[in-house]
Design a protein around this ligand. Structure first.
Ligand code: ADP
Length: 364
C-alpha cells in the first residue's frame, strides 16, 4: 500500500540529507507509528507519501503508483485516496463544522445529496453530531482535531496520515483522538502516524518505524517507543500512565469489535470501491459503527493483507458509484476560501475540470 524503496531526500541548500536510504513497506490495514526526535525525517516521509516532496534517490510507491512518474495534474486525484491531519488542525475559520467537511466534497464536485448524507455520517463517526453549526473558534482543541479528521475522512481515503495529531492537545484529549484513530484503523483504513508521544506508542504495541537523523534505525511489528530518555516528559507521570492505559483499552476494545464483526461474517476491512467522481461511496456507519454489546471474545490481530497492491482491482476508476451522485453543485468560493485553496491543493481538493476523466486510484 505504501512502499519506500531506498529513499534518500536532500533538500536544496542543505548539507545533510533529510532521509538516507529509507526502505519499508506498509500493508493495507496497518497502523504504523513513525517515531523519532524532531528533525529526524518523519514529516518528510509523510510529505513524500502525499507527493508534496519527491525523493532525490529511490522510489515511493503508494496505492500501486510510483509517485515519481505521477504527473502533476494527477496529483490532486491521487490525494483523494490519502487523507491527512496535522498538529495545527488547519480548519477554515470562517466556515462551520459542517461547511469545513462539506467543503472538501464540494470542491471535488460531489452532489448535494451525497454531501448531505456523508457529512453528518462522518461527523457522527468522529463524535461531533450536534456541533455542525459551530465555528472552529467555538470548539475545543480536541473537537477541532475531530473536524480535521472528519474532513480527511470525508472522501473515504484508503490511507490516513497523521502528523503529530495530538501535539497540541492535553493528555486526556489526546487519548480520545487516539481512540478515534484506532477505530478508524479497525474500519480498514491504513493509518500512518508521526508522533513524539512515547506513552501511546508503548501501550498500543503497533508497528513502529523509528528514524534517527534521517536513517531508519528500527522497524518493529509490535514495538514501543524505544529509548525515551532524551524526550521531554509530556505530562506528569500518573496522568500519562492513565492516558496510555486508556489508549490501550480503547485499542483492545476496537480489536474485539473487529473480531465480533469477523465472527458475524462482516469484513471490517471491507471498504467499497470508489472512483474519482464519487469519492465517498458508502455510509460510514457500516464501516466503523461500534458493536452493540460488550464483546466477550479475545482480541483479534490488526487487520493486515499480504499484498495490498495485488489485491486492487484493475480499472477501479470505472466502477460505478454506489451512492447517489448525480447532481453536481457549484462551489461558492469567497476570497478567503480562494486563499485557503493552498490548503485545498495540499489535501488534493482543488478541482480541475480538464482533468476530470483521469484517475490515479489504486489500479495496480
Ligand atoms: P521531523 O518531522 O522528524 O521533525 P522533518 O522531516 O521535518 O523532521 O525534517 C528532517 C530534516 O529535513 C531536518 O533537518 C529539517 O531541518 C530538514 N528539512 C525539512 N524540510 C525542509 C525544507 N523544506 N527545506 C530544507 N530542509 C528541510
Amino acid at each position: 500500500m505504501i512502499r519506500f524503496e531506498n529513499v534518500t531526500k536532500r533538500y536544496r541548500g542543505t548539507a545533510k540529507p533529510a532521509l538516507t536510504d529509507v526502505d519499508f513497506e506498509v500493508l493495507r490495514g496497518e497502523f504504523v507509528f513513525l517515531v523519532g526526535a524532531s528533525g529526524s525525517g518523519k514529516s518528510t516521509c509523510l510529505r513524500m507519501i502525499l507527493r508534496e516532496e519527491t525523493p532525490t534517490d529511490g522510489r515511493v510507491v503508494v496505492l500501486g503508483r510510483d509517485l515519481r512518474t505521477l504527473s502533476n495534474r494527477k496529483v490532486p486525484y491521487f490525494r483523494r485516496h490519502v487523507g491527512a491531519v496535522f498538529q495545527d488542525f488547519r480548519l477554515l475559520p470562517t466556515k462551520t463544522v459542517f461547511q469545513n467537511v462539506a467543503f472538501t466534497l464540494q470542491v471535488i464536485g460531489s452532489s448535494r445529496g451525497f454531501i448531505q448524507q456523508a457529512v453528518p455520517e462522518v461527523l457522527a463517526l468522529v463524535g461531533l453530531a450536534g456541533k455542525e453549526k459551530r465555528f472552529p473558534h467555538e470548539l475545543s482543541g480536541g473537537e477541532q482535531q475531530r473536524v480535521a479528521i472528519a474532513r480527511a475522512l470525508a472522501n473515504r481515503p484508503q490511507i490516513l496520515l497523521a502528523d503529530e495529531p495530538t501535539g497540541n492537545l492535553d493528555p486526556g484529549t489526546s487519548v480520545d483522538i487516539m481512540q478515534l484513530l484506532a477505530r478508524i484503523n479497525a474500519g480498514g483504513t491504513t493509518v500512518v502516524m508521526a508522533t513524539h508521544e512515547a506513552g501511546f506508542v508503548d501501550q498500543m504495541q503497533r508497528r513502529v518505524i523509528e528514524l534517527r537523523h534521517g536513517e531508519m534505525v528500527r522497524d518493529e511489528r509490535h514495538g514501543g517507543y524505544g529509548d525515551t530518555s532524551s524526550l521531554p516528559s509530556l505530562a506528569p507521570e500518573p496522568e500519562r500512565g492513565a492516558a496510555a492505559v486508556a489508549a490501550l483499552t480503547a485499542v483492545l476494545e476496537v480489536q474485539r469489535e473487529a473480531a465480533i464483526a469477523a465472527a458475524a461474517g462482516l469484513d471490517p476491512t471491507d471498504v467499497p470501491d470508489d472512483d474519482e467522481d464519487a469519492p465517498a461511496a458508502a455510509p460510514y456507519r457500516d464501516a466503523v459503527a461500534p458493536a452493540p454489546a460488550p464483546p466477550a471474545v479475545p482480541p483479534a490481530p490488526a487487520p493486515m493483507a499480504a499484498d495490498d497492491v495485488a489485491e486492487e482491482p484493475e480499472g477501479e476508476a470505472s466502477t460505478p458509484p454506489t451512492a447517489p451522485h448525480t447532481q453536481s453543485i457549484p462551489v461558492q468560493l469567497t476570497e478567503v476560501d480562494v486563499e485557503e485553496l493552498g490548503l485545498a491543493d495540499r489535501l488534493g481538493l482543488r478541482r480541475d475540470e480538464s482533468d476530470g476523466d483521469d484517475e490515479v486510484g489504486p489500479t495496480s
